[in-house]
Design a protein around this ligand. Sequence first.
Ligand code: NAG
Ligand code: NAG
Ligand code: NAG
Ligand code: NAG
Ligand code: NAG
Ligand code: NAG
Ligand code: NAG
Ligand code: NAG
Ligand code: NAG
Ligand code: NAG
Ligand code: NAG
Ligand code: NAG
Length: 411
Amino acid sequence: MAAEILYTIHFYVLFLLLTIRFSSSFIGNGDNYRRNVSLELNPGLNSLLTPLPPGVGLLHVRALGKNNTLHYLLCSQGAPALLLVHTSSISSKVVVDWPAFLVQNTTGSLKVTPESSVLYSNTLVFTRLWEYDDVNDTADPEHLPPSSFFQPYELQNFTWGDLNKTLDPMANTALLCGRDASESFSNGSLCLKFSAFDVEGRDQGWPSLLHNANSSQLRVGLDGVAPRSNRSRFSLELQAVGDTQPMSRVDFLRSIDDEYTPSIFKVSQWVSSPVNSTSPVLGYAQWKPVAYRRPSPVFEDATPCRHSTPVLVAQLPPSGLVLAYYGGESQTTGLNMTFSITGDPFYNTTNYLSWTVLVGLGSPPVDSFSPLVLVIMAVGLGTPMLIILLGGVCVCVRKNRTQTQVYEPIN
Ligand SMILES: *[C@@H]1O[C@H](CO)[C@@H](O)[C@H](O)[C@H]1NC(C)=O
Ligand SMILES: *[C@@H]1O[C@H](CO)[C@@H](O)[C@H](O)[C@H]1NC(C)=O
Ligand SMILES: *[C@@H]1O[C@H](CO)[C@@H](O)[C@H](O)[C@H]1NC(C)=O
Ligand SMILES: *[C@@H]1O[C@H](CO)[C@@H](O)[C@H](O)[C@H]1NC(C)=O
Ligand SMILES: *[C@@H]1O[C@H](CO)[C@@H](O)[C@H](O)[C@H]1NC(C)=O
Ligand SMILES: *[C@@H]1O[C@H](CO)[C@@H](O)[C@H](O)[C@H]1NC(C)=O
Ligand SMILES: *[C@@H]1O[C@H](CO)[C@@H](O)[C@H](O)[C@H]1NC(C)=O
Ligand SMILES: *[C@@H]1O[C@H](CO)[C@@H](O)[C@H](O)[C@H]1NC(C)=O
Ligand SMILES: *[C@@H]1O[C@H](CO)[C@@H](O)[C@H](O)[C@H]1NC(C)=O
Ligand SMILES: *[C@@H]1O[C@H](CO)[C@@H](O)[C@H](O)[C@H]1NC(C)=O
Ligand SMILES: *[C@@H]1O[C@H](CO)[C@@H](O)[C@H](O)[C@H]1NC(C)=O
Ligand SMILES: *[C@@H]1O[C@H](CO)[C@@H](O)[C@H](O)[C@H]1NC(C)=O
């Protein structure tokens, strides 16, 4: 009997291990694609011949794969924009005609060469910051009268800081901070923290989005801006420009695991994919529908956010990078990201908001079960199994005994 119990326990442990082994194939999808990432500021600029106007900077990140390259370009000329270009070459280059680039009227003043190696490109532009007086606490700017809105802050008119001072080539990050000329921004700023990644991982701070070697991240922070009403809430307008497939629809994914982003069980991804949805996604902007009301948030500082349906925008966004790279065939789409919902505190309580978005190539990373959840699942599934098996063993043992007793007298 002891042997049978030992067998059962043996089986249980084996089952546990198998479950963990099987499920761990979902952890990060076993993705170990790696890129060599290097940063370069204002590529090809001879600052003696072409002095930069204040606040203009162009960060180039080269993420070199085995037989392809991803170029990220973050630019603060006009509305801040992040351009992603995927090429099939390992020696593709960014070529900037600086005098023309700075005049902002010449398509082709920024190129990725050889142009025939370009497989895909996509740009995310931060165009406007909307502020509205939410007198009835609806947090629903789409159904508010125009009189509820204050004059939007045009990000193209912001004064942006020097990227050279915030560049961290070791961490592959840069911080771009800007402010409006108005009184409300006298103590405030809108900052974009850019991070490039060489391999799969997660940021420490919430929302701890899963990233991979084909993605980069922007964290938007709205800090210390004086709200123009006590019941002010904000929306951020984003626009996307693509050559063939603009980002046209937002998909929702659900998860049963919120370990990395407490209380958030959803992921939204704004994807560029061919009309037929069975075709693979070419590129994306991915976020969790949550913003935080403090720089080092605790659970209570999370506030949900919502996006409006993407719409086609007739004009190219006012970004120097977009005007320099894209010609006539490109398409622009846009949406508004609204922070907060009914009942949540207004901006004036903390004067801070942060929201994070991942921009990348190919299919967006999919959050998987964390090891903790896997162990809980394994124990949860394994324990009933153990009980059933033990029960079975007991019944067998009893039956054996009864049978032995019944047959004994005959012998
Ligand atoms: C990245 O750089 C390292 C060292 O410089 C090199 O050994 C490796 O092959 C490079 N990887 C790629 C994908 O280029
Ligand atoms: C690039 O490498 C991948 C595998 O690493 C391979 O599937 C693909 O065909 C290669 N592409 C080219 C153009 O060689
Ligand atoms: C761009 O602007 C410059 C100076 O304003 C002007 O000389 C040039 O003709 C313009 N180019 C185009 C293509 O509009
Ligand atoms: C707020 O609610 C009141 C009463 O329902 C309504 O009359 C008013 O139009 C609302 N204001 C806004 C801006 O929605
Ligand atoms: C922003 O700049 C544009 C172009 O320079 C100008 O036309 C517009 O009036 C400015 N908007 C604000 C709100 O200052
Ligand atoms: C960045 O700043 C450093 C030191 O201030 C300077 O040497 C370097 O030339 C600057 N780089 C660019 C691209 O402006
Ligand atoms: C900015 O801060 C200063 C000093 O703390 C304060 O006097 C001023 O009123 C603030 N401005 C705004 C617009 O809040
Ligand atoms: C990243 O892109 C490369 C090139 O398209 C592809 O081979 C690789 O599988 C991608 N990796 C991930 C994690 O998507
Ligand atoms: C905001 O609320 C404070 C305190 O309740 C009040 O003193 C102030 O006048 C209000 N400001 C506005 C713009 O309504
Ligand atoms: C923020 O606005 C609310 C609602 O009007 C008001 O009661 C509160 O006093 C304001 N808080 C601050 C810090 O001004
Ligand atoms: C989508 O798929 C259908 C059926 O496969 C096809 O007839 C149609 O042409 C496709 N549309 C596009 C835009 O590729
Ligand atoms: C964003 O919201 C504002 C205010 O409601 C609206 O005027 C604008 O068209 C919206 N932008 C997009 C891209 O939906």
